[in-house]
Ligand binder design. Structure first.
Ligand code: FCB
Length: 440
């Protein structure tokens, strides 16, 4: 049996995001975020679910850190709720909000778990949205100020700083398809937001480094490999065009300093306003890039092929295809000069059931993870510099527009009692972290 041994300092972890787990949506001086507003708007989220309580992590974080210890996590990726710290997005600080993250980080350090912090995982303060949100460039400056504030408070203990989680989802699912907050369906807004998120990233990188020069600063992108439906030259060209359309819009400005030509054609009259100096601001050197990977797109001349015979699909309707992760890592490694890579999210939603013995047997999630870890290991042998891996997610949680209907956790959450139960996949992951290898 092949043994896949990982480097001794490989950063195994799990990820969450503030709105998906914290709850306490209006406690201790927290301001409203666009996700509070969106989920409180009837018809936006499955079954009217909200993140008002979610996993109640705000109150239960000590228990959740005990859980992380049980799993043996070396790192924990989480995000800050901007409106908890700055209820108005800028201006007066809410000391209780800052104290919460201070306690969280202290507890992580005491548990010997590396904090991997995300500044923006989609919960913009509503006050800023009322002023135009990310369409308004002032929000970029507010973000940079908020970033510096967080670094000043936590930079002595938090080494890894991520500006944005998945800017493409924030821009296009939030403002083009309207399935996420703030729920617009307007291409003009969406393209301007996409650009402004990049500008805000650049300003924040400067602000982070200005506040503390010893940190590792990066960004997290979600990428879906584009595979051709057949090996015909037409399908191959269609897949390549889809990759360029969907995946290079953020990779190119960040790592090449310009937008891909296809982006201009696609945006047409909705081309965003780009100021002199923006591209240099965006393309600053980073210390790492985070990649979130879940699935691939299979593309033919007629567009995306939704059902691949013989393929397995998750509850999200996403095809399970681990080898595409390796191909994609190799592809981006060849096409760009990248800093070290962390897989910042990877995981799957399946229908979990609590068995009579109280356990959650989730062999499909376990296999999903195992196969993706192996493909990452193979990509590393191909020369891709992957330094760590954060499973999505530590806990079942509020899955955005799907509410609580989709479970991604290594740990099951009973939302009525808030009881946490580590699933079989979680037990298996703990063992993997302990031995640092698969097989053998
Ligand atoms: C990603 C998000 C994360 C989670 C997973 C399933 O796009 O970053 O918050 O919802 O999808």
């Amino acid at each position: 049996m092949t043994v896949y041994k990982f480097p001794h300092n490989f950063l195994w972890g799990a990820a969450t995001a503030s709105y998906q787990i914290e709850g306490a949506w209006n406690e201790d001086g927290k301001g409203e975020s666009i996700w509070d507003r969106f989920s409180h708007t009837p018809g936006k989220v499955t079954e009217g679910n909200t993140g008002d309580i979610a996993c109640d992590h705000y109150h239960r974080y000590p228990e959740d850190i005990a859980l992380m210890r049980q799993l043996g996590l070396k790192a924990y990726r989480f995000s800050i709720a901007w409106a908890r710290v700055l209820p108005g997005g800028r201006g007066p600080i809410n000391p209780h909000g800052l104290d919460f993250y201070d306690r969280l980080v202290d507890a992580l350090c005491a548990a010997n778990i590396e904090p991997f912090l995300t500044l923006y995982h989609w919960d913009l303060p509503q006050v800023l949205q009322d002023e135009g949100g990310w369409e308004n460039r002032n929000t970029c400056h507010a973000f940079a100020d908020y970033s510096a504030l967080m670094v000043k408070r936590l930079g002595d203990r938090v080494k890894y700083w991520t500006t944005f989680n998945e800017p493409s989802v924030a821009a296009f699912i939030g403002n083009l398809t309207g399935e996420h907050a703030p729920g617009y369906r307007d291409p003009k807004i969406a393209y301007q937001v996409a650009h402004n998120l990049m500008v805000a990233h650049g300003l924040a990188v400067q602000a982070i480094r200005g506040a503390n020069s010893n940190l590792e600063t990066g960004i997290v992108l979600n990428l879906w490999m584009a595979d051709p439906a057949t090996s015909s030259p037409e399908d191959v060209a269609a897949a390549e065009a889809a990759w360029e359309r969907d995946e290079t819009l953020f990779l190119d400005p960040l790592f090449k300093g310009h937008y891909p030509t296809g982006a201009y054609q696609l945006a047409g009259g909705n081309m965003p306003k780009i100021l002199d100096g923006d591209m240099a601001l965006i393309a600053q050197e980073l210390d790492f890039v985070g990649i979130n990977y879940y699935s691939r797109n299979v593309i033919g001349v007629k567009g995306k092929v939704n059902t691949i015979p013989g393929s397995e699909y998750t509850e999200m309707g996403w095809e399970v295809c681990a080898p595409a992760l390796r191909r994609m890592l190799v592809k981006i490694n060849n096409n760009y000069s990248l800093p070290p890579i962390y897989i910042t999210e990877n995981g799957s939603s399946f229908k979990d059931e609590v068995s009579a013995d109280g356990r959650i047997h989730d062999p499909r999630r376990l296999d999903y993870l195992k196969n993706h870890f192996i493909q990452t290991h193979l990509a590393m042998q191909d020369g891709v510099d992957v330094r760590g891996y954060m499973v999505w997610s530590l806990l079942d949680n509020f899955e955005w527009g799907h509410g609580f209907s989709k479970r991604f956790g290594l740990t099951h959450v009973d939302y009525k009692t808030q009881k946490r139960t580590v699933k079989d996949s979680g037990e298996w992951y703990a063992e993997l972290i302990r031995t640092n290898k698969i097989g053998g």
